[in-house]
Design a protein around this ligand. Structure first.
Ligand SMILES: C[S@@+](CC[C@H](N)C(=O)[O-])C[C@H]1O[C@@H](n2cnc3c(N)ncnc32)[C@H](O)[C@@H]1O
Length: 190
């Protein structure tokens, strides 16, 4: 996994390998936007913010809204702070009230397109989840989008095995897949 934009890669029009173009607005962006419109708080992070459409919406209702991606957005959006960074690795534990992500969720043998390929066993989905959960405070939430193509049931089991409380908050059926947004919280320590 590259830890910065791959500007030296040989990019051709036909190749998406380690693409350095921001992710286009899509059905998944739109579904997650519907969820984040209702969120409020002090600090939030979007991990893998693409072209920052979701981050821009978050910035309306949070005092601080930061986003990270390995690819720079195509234009600067109002009210958002963007970091060219690997997931949330540059932030300390327990820094945010809310984290949000639409990770690369398609199962794949290798990572050819960092926007969509999750690798074997949905490796990227789990890495985004773990980082997203690490940076939220006690009582905070992670909102994450996955698809029926991600092997949703297996991911749910892995989340539960890590002790996360999970709630499905949104669903959208498309003709080739169903998209789901989940809210994950940390189990209360007694
Ligand atoms: C499915 S796209 C979602 C983009 C945007 N959040 C949206 O919903 O439109 C996944 C994003 O994750 C980014 N990404 C992939 N690996 C990453 C990593 N290790 N750290 C940060 N961002 C990453 C990709 O560049 C891409 O922008």
């Amino acid at each position: 996994m590259p830890n910065t934009i791959n500007e030296n890669k040989d990019q051709t029009k036909d190749s998406n390998k380690y693409h350095n173009k921001p992710y286009f607005y899509s059905d998944d962006t739109s579904l997650l936007l519907e969820v984040v419109r209702n969120l409020r708080g002090k600090r939030c992070i979007e991990i893998g913010s693409g072209n920052c459409y979701i981050l821009e919406e978050l910035s309306k209702n949070f005092e601080i809204a930061v986003g990270t991606d390995l690819v720079k957005p195509s234009s600067k959006k109002n009210g958002v702070e963007f970091f060219l960074a690997d997931r949330a690795t540059c932030f300390r534990d327990l820094s945010f009230d809310v984290s949000v992500c639409n990770p690369p969720y398609l199962p794949s043998d290798s990572i050819d397109d960092i926007a969509t390929d999750s690798g074997k066993d949905s490796e990227q989905v789990m890495k985004f989840t773990e980082d997203g959960m690490r940076v939220i405070k006690e009582g905070g939430s992670l909102y994450i989008l996955i698809s029926s193509l991600t092997n949703q049931k297996k991911i749910e089991e892995e989340w539960r095995a890590k002790g996360y409380n999970i709630t499905q908050v949104k669903e959208k059926k498309l003709f080739f897949e169903t998209l789901y947004v989940y809210r994950l919280t940390k189990e209360n320590k007694k």
